[in-house]
Write a protein that binds this ligand. Sequence first.
Ligand code: SF4
Length: 336
Amino acid sequence: TQSNSPITFTESLHITVEKLKKSPVKRNEETGVKRKRDAEDGHIPPLRFRKLHLSVSLLSEQTWCEKKVVYGFLKPQIRRKEKQRIELQTGTSIHLARELEVHDVMPINIQTHEDAVAISLINMLHMIPSLESGQCVREFPVLGIVEGVYLKGIIDELSYNQKGELVLKELKTRKHDSLPGAAQALGHRFQVGLYKLLFDALVRGEVKKEHILEHLKLRASLALGTEVITHAANVGINVVTFGELLDAFLLTLSCSDLPCVDVLQLEYCHQGSSSFIGTVLVQFDESQLRAELRGFLEYWRGLREPKGVDIEEAWKCTSCPYEEICDWRKKQISGP
Ligand code: SF4
């Protein structure tokens, strides 16, 4: 009967829009957070700056200075200049050369958010058999929900050591021909720890279809772009919609016998000479990592204001591009 008919996508969109119109709670203009209304609707509330997900590299930058990360969003032109400066000094070229050693890089035209996520899924599907057969893979994408937030990142390298352990390696290029100081190393350790959490959750089958669709607000029934469909077919995956690809991805993972990551390793290289500086093994402490992450997520969830560096780390401000405008810095100089 009519009353038992499922609600179509258009109808459900109409209902949602009407509901939002009636809601008395408005979006916070500055942060984009609309917490109360989302909680009432049972939807996942967006994070600050209306973000649906966070990247591992962004969270790692937060370990250096949270205020600096926030200024990066508020003053994008300064951030762009800083990024260009860092790229000139450090190693996109070394990263790319390493990636090209094991596979080709090709441009693919994407049209939608679903296409963008699909590329990551296809790349993972393409690399899983190589990894299962004991080969080294580079630029392996990872994604998943950690502490209730969708995170994504790209692992530099996964390979097996002589003991048969799976080693996750992150390459860091440095301007100075020496290992980093404690403050910088903290962010690097945090980064590889998050990669392990994400990778392990994937191979344990803890990432579910609805997680990806709900957190990123993606449409399973949407047809992928022509170039994405062709790219998938070229690596042996015949799909048309995003949902079909997601099903193929999750099924492949559940049937794979990939192990969890055993060893976390940071490798440092000198940018100027490309020479090897050293390797650092990272101890994985899941409860500490999760506690640190929860602290950072409090900011993204709109539960507190951003923090600048502690007074003992004020030296960080001298090389910060936001030093002139930073209110945290100004308060420190003028005192309480
Ligand atoms: Fe952080 Fe200091 Fe830069 Fe302000 S000036 S954003 S406190 S590093």
